[in-house]
Design a protein around this ligand. Structure first.
Ligand SMILES: Nc1nc2c(ncn2[C@@H]2O[C@H](COP(=O)(O)OP(=O)(O)OP(=O)(O)O)[C@@H](O)[C@H]2O)c(=O)[nH]1
Ligand SMILES: [Mg+2]
Length: 237
């Protein structure tokens, strides 16, 4: 089976990749991801959801669609990671969906492991930095503490988050039929929303090493952190 075989809806993966100013990274990610999946015999499509990045991310991704199974959705006049992921979900053709960042912090070789976990019966399979065998590379002590505090706050305020060791993860897969996503989702942490909306879904953790960002800039900002705190409070009420 190759990446060009027609999509088999029941046994393929749609990989949703939200992007904002990731031109250098997407150029590296798409070939690496597609070859990794093809080598494992996994039929796939890659859906890039770009918020009209000024650095030409969408054009770079579109150029790669000649060679790889890529579709590019460009949203104009809208920004937001969670809403971009939701838009990507709506465009998927496969029964299994994986969400990952474009910046190569999420290693493509973990995607087949997520897929296997879903095939084995997990409804939501989460790539975790904080389960045995996982870890983080190149973070300052401050960044690690921030991440741990964010996780702790989620555990304290949102019961559904306790089903995983890494509720802050942006790298996860789900079985389309097993998860419901309703309402308008804002903010950065879409997984947390999905866990809350699907309290009975079977959750599994898969260890991985979160890599340091090499190209491009982080979009994590003070306003993202404030949005997260508001998201937690609204969910906890
Ligand atoms: N479509 C879209 N994608 C976004 C937006 N903000 C961030 N992204 C993408 O979401 C992914 C995660 O964003 P990052 O900036 O890497 O956030 P992070 O991984 O938590 O932070 P770093 O570790 O500092 O990289 C990347 O692929 C971004 O390009 C947005 O507003 N719209
Ligand atoms: Mg990142």
């Amino acid at each position: 089976m190759t990446s060009r075989t027609p999509l088999c809806r029941s046994n393929c993966i749609s990989v949703v990749v939200p992007t904002y100013n990731e031109a250098t990274n997407i150029k590296l990610l798409i070939p690496l991801l597609s070859k990794t999946l093809s080598n494992c015999g996994i039929t796939h499509e890659i859906i890039v959801v770009d918020d009209d990045s000024p650095d030409g991310t969408a054009e770079v991704a579109k150029a790669l669609s000649i060679e790889y199974p890529v579709r590019v959705i460009v949203r104009r006049g809208v920004r937001g990671l969670a809403s971009a992921v939701i838009r990507g979900f709506k465009e998927t053709s496969c029964n299994y969906i994986v969400v990952m960042d474009a910046d190569l912090q999420h290693p493509p070789h973990i995607v087949p492991r997520i897929f296997n976990a879903l095939l084995r019966g997990c409804d939501i399979a989460i790539a975790s930095r904080y389960v045995k065998g996982g870890g983080v590379e190149g973070w300052s002590k401050l960044r690690l503490i921030e991440s741990k505090i964010a996780t702790l706050l989620a555990y304290m305020l949102i019961r559904e988050s306790r089903r995983t060791t890494d509720p802050m993860s942006g790298f996860f897969g789900c079985r389309k039929e097993a998860v419901v996503i309703k309402g308008i989702v804002k903010g950065f942490k879409i997984l947390l929303e999905i866990l809350c909306m699907n309290p009975h879904a079977k959750v599994c953790d898969i260890p991985y090493l979160f890599r340091a960002r090499v190209h491009g800039k982080s979009k994590l900002s003070l306003s993202t952190i404030l949005d997260y705190l508001i998201q937690l409070i609204l969910r906890a009420l």
